[in-house]
Ligand binder design. Structure first.
Ligand code: ADP
Ligand code: TPW
Length: 576
C-alpha cells in the first residue's frame, strides 16, 4: 500500500482541503459517496475510500445523484454525490432537483473553477457558474471559499439537507480550496459534528384537539399516508393511531409497506371510492399535488375537509383550504394525536368501513381475474403474476420501479410488507432513477433488490449495469420489453423512420449484462420469468431478465392519459 492509499501522505502537522472534506464527512457519519471522478475531485474519492468511506463510481452523474437521493430517503441522512465541474456538475443537476422535489436529503459536492476565471468568463476548463446554476434546483446552494470554512460548509449543507423539509443541497468546492493547506491541529478544530440535525417539532395542543374533533365528527374519514411518513420512520406511531381509530388508510406509492399492504384497513384496492366519498381526510406526509388530483373534484368530494401533518407549514393551503394544519414532524404529531384520543375519542363509523371493504373485495377479485389470464405473447399482468409470486416469498426484497404502464401496473399488483422498501419515479414522474435507486438500496441495505423497469425507462441509465456488475451488487433488473415508450407497435404515419414511440424490435437487453460478467435471461412466459427470478434471488448477484412482452401491451402515458394533450386537427404528413 502506498502513502495515498493509507491516507497518510501528509506530514503530521499539516492538512489540506481534501483531508478536511473527508474528515468532516466522516465526523457526520457519511459512509458512502456516489459519484464520477475527474478534475478536480479524483483525489477526493481516493482519499475518502482510503479513509473507510465507501466510494461507488458510476458511469453518469445523474445516476450517481439519484443513488445519493435514494440513500437519503432510505437512511434519513443526506446521501452524498460527488462530481467534477461544468458538465459533470450539470449532469448531476437533474438528480439534485429530483431530490428536492421529492423531499429527499442529499448533498451534491462538485469541484469548481477559480472565481477569478469564472466571473470574468475567461474560459477555464469546464468553466461554469455552478453556484448560480444550482440555486433554482436545490433547497440551498453554498460555496466554500477558504480551507478554514470546509467544516462549516459541510455542517451547513448537512443541516440544511435534513432539517425541516428535506431536500437537495449543492456544495461548491473550488479546486484551489481542496489543495489549500493549513496546520493539522488548527484544521481539526474547524470541522464539527452536527448535533440533532432534524430536531423534533410538535404542533400545538389546540391544533391536535381540533384535528381530533374534526376526525371524530366525520362520517367517512380517511388517512392518506405519503412518502414523508415513510421517510419519517413513523410506522409504529401510525400503526397505533390507525388501529386505535379504525380509520381506513390509503398508502401513496412509496408509503406502501409502511404498514403491510394486507393490513385490513389498507384501502389501496378501493382508492377511487375512498377519495371520492371521504368527508374528512388526514394527510400524513403527503402533498395534495397532481398525484392526489390536487384535492379537487371529480376525484374528491367537493366538500372534503383536509387535516394535514407536514413539517413545512408553507405546504398548507397549497391546493385546497387546510381545515386543520398540524405543523410538526410526523412521529411527534401522530404520537400527540394518539395521546389525545383519551380526551377526544375517534372511531370510524362501521358503515363506511363496510362500504369500502365491499369495494375492495370486488376490485381484488377483478385483479385476480386479470392476473390469471395467460396471453401469448406475455403482457404486463401475466408477467407481474410471476413477479408477485416470487416477491411474496421474499418480502425483504427492495423494489424499484419505473416506466409508465410498468410503473402503474406494478404498483397495483406487487404488495409491499415492509417500510421504505419501494422506490419509484416519485413526485416528478422522472425516468432514469431506476438503476441509481437500485444501486443505493443494495449498497445501503446489503439486501436483494428487484428493479422492474420499462424498456424505455431502463435505457435512461442502462449503462449502470456495469456499475452493478463491478460492485457485484445483489440487484435483479427485470426489463418489461414491449419494444417502445408505452408500447412498441406504433407505425409511423409517413416515411421509413420508426414511429416516435418505437424502440428496437426484438431487443435482447440481457446481452448488456453479459458484457460485464453478470447473468442474463430472456424470458417469454410467466413460468420462465418465475424460474429466472427464483434463481436470481437464491443466489443474489447481478442479473438482468429481459421479459419479452406483446408489443401491443400498454396504453399511451399509462394511467396519465388525461394529462397527455393530443392533436385536435388532422396530422399533416409529408409524402416527398
Ligand atoms: P407522496 O408523493 O407520497 O404523496 P409527498 O412527497 O407529496 O408524498 O409529500 C411528502 C411530504 O412529507 C412533504 O410535504 C414533506 O414536507 C413532508 N415531510 C417529510 N418529512 C417529514 C417529517 N419528518 N415530518 C413531517 N412531514 C414531513
Ligand atoms: C426524464 C417521459 C414517461 S414514461 C416514459 C417516458 C419516456 C417511458 C415509458 O415507456 P417504458 O414503460 O419505460 O418502456 P411502459 O411500461 O409504459 O412500456 N424523460 C424523463 N422523464 C419522463 N417521464 C419522460 C422523459 C416518459
Amino acid at each position: 500500500m502506498n502513502a495515498t492509499e493509507s491516507g497518510n501522505d501528509r506530514p503530521e502537522s499539516v492538512t489540506d482541503g481534501f483531508h478536511l472534506v473527508v474528515d468532516a464527512l466522516k465526523l457526520n457519519d457519511i459512509d458512502v459517496i456516489y459519484g464520477v471522478v475527474g478534475i478536480p475531485v479524483t483525489d477526493l474519492a481516493r482519499l475518502a475510500q482510503a479513509s473507510g468511506i465507501r466510494y461507488i463510481g458510476f458511469r453518469h452523474e445523474s445516476a450517481a445523484g439519484h443513488a445519493a437521493a435514494a440513500a437519503g430517503f432510505l437512511t434519513g441522512r443526506p446521501g452524498v454525490c460527488l462530481t467534477v465541474s461544468g458538465p459533470g456538475f450539470l449532469n448531476g443537476m437533474v438528480a439534485l432537483a429530483n431530490a428536492t422535489v421529492n423531499c429527499f436529503p442529499m448533498v451534491h459536492i462538485a469541484g469548481s473553477s477559480d472565481r477569478a476565471l469564472v466571473d470574468l468568463q475567461r474560459g477555464d476548463y469546464e468553466e461554469l457558474d455552478q453556484l448560480a446554476a444550482a440555486r433554482p434546483f436545490a433547497k440551498a446552494a453554498y460555496r466554500i471559499d477558504r480551507i478554514e470554512d470546509i467544516g462549516r460548509g459541510i455542517a451547513r449543507a448537512i443541516r440544511t439537507a435534513v432539517s425541516g423539509r428535506p431536500g437537495g443541497v449543492y456544495l461548491d468546492i473550488p479546486a484551489h480550496v481542496l489543495s489549500q493547506s493549513m496546520g493539522a491541529a488548527a484544521g481539526a478544530a474547524t470541522v464539527w459534528r452536527v448535533v440533532d440535525p432534524a430536531p423534533r417539532q410538535s404542533p400545538s395542543d389546540a391544533a391536535v384537539s381540533a384535528a381530533l374533533r374534526l376526525l371524530g365528527a366525520a362520517e367517512r374519514p380517511l388517512i392518506v399516508l405519503g412518502k414523508g411518513a415513510a421517510y419519517a420512520r413513523a410506522e409504529h406511531q401510525i400503526r397505533d393511531f390507525v388501529e386505535q381509530t379504525g380509520i381506513p388508510y390509503l398508502p401513496m406509492a412509496m408509503a406502501k409497506g409502511l404498514l403491510p399492504d394486507d393490513h385490513p384497513q389498507c384501502l389501496a384496492a378501493a382508492r377511487s371510492l375512498a377519495l371520492s366519498r371521504a368527508d374528512v381526510v388526514l394527510l400524513v406526509g403527503a402533498r395534495l399535488n397532481w398525484l392526489l388530483g390536487h384535492g379537487a373534484s371529480p376525484q374528491w368530494s367537493a366538500s372534503a375537509q383536509f387535516i394535514q401533518i407536514d413539517v413545512d407549514a408553507a405546504e398548507f393551503d397549497s391546493n385546497q383550504p387546510t381545515a386543520v394544519p398540524l405543523a410538526g414532524d410526523i412521529c411527534s404529531t401522530v404520537e400527540a394525536l394518539s395521546a389525545g384520543l383519551h380526551e377526544v375519542p375517534v372511531h370510524c363509523p362501521t358503515g363506511w368501513r363496510e362500504e369500502l371493504d365491499a369495494r375492495r373485495t370486488r376490485n381484488a377479485a377483478a385483479l385476480e381475474h386479470r392476473l390469471a389470464e395467460d396471453p401469448r405473447p406475455m403482457r404486463f399482468y401475466s408477467a407481474l403474476r410471476a413477479v408477485r409470486a416470487v416477491v411474496r416469498r421474499h418480502p425483504e426484497v427492495y423494489l424499484v420501479n419505473e416506466g409508465a404502464n410498468t410503473l402503474d401496473i406494478t404498483r397495483n399488483v406487487i404488495e409491499m410488507q415492509l417500510p421504505r422498501h419501494r422506490l419509484d419515479c416519485g413526485t416528478w414522474g422522472v425516468m432514469g432513477v431506476g438503476l441509481g435507486y437500485a444501486i443505493a438500496a443494495a449498497v445501503q441495505s446489503g439486501r436483494p433488490v428487484i428493479a422492474i423497469e420499462g424498456d424505455s425507462a431502463f435505457g435512461f441509465s442502462g449503462m449502470e449495469m456495469e456499475t452493478i456488475c463491478r460492485y457485484r451488487l445483489p440487484v435483479v433488473v427485470v426489463v418489461f420489453n414491449n419494444g417502445g415508450v408505452y408500447r412498441g407497435d406504433e407505425v409511423a404515419s409517413t416515411g421509413t423512420d420508426p414511429a416516435p414511440t418505437v424502440l428496437s424490435p426484438g431487443a435482447h437487453h440481457e446481452r448488456i449484462i453479459e458484457a460485464f460478467g453478470g447473468t442474463g435471461h430472456h424470458v417469454r412466459t410467466p413460468d420462465e420469468l418465475t424460474a429466472a427470478l427464483t434463481a436470481a434471488l437464491a443466489d443474489p448477484g447481478p442479473v438482468l431478465i429481459d421479459c419479452e412482452l406483446d408489443t401491443s401491451a400498454g396504453t399511451e402515458s399509462g394511467h396519465l392519459t388525461n394529462l397527455n394533450p393530443r392533436v385536435t386537427v388532422p396530422v399533416r404528413t409529408t409524402t416527398a
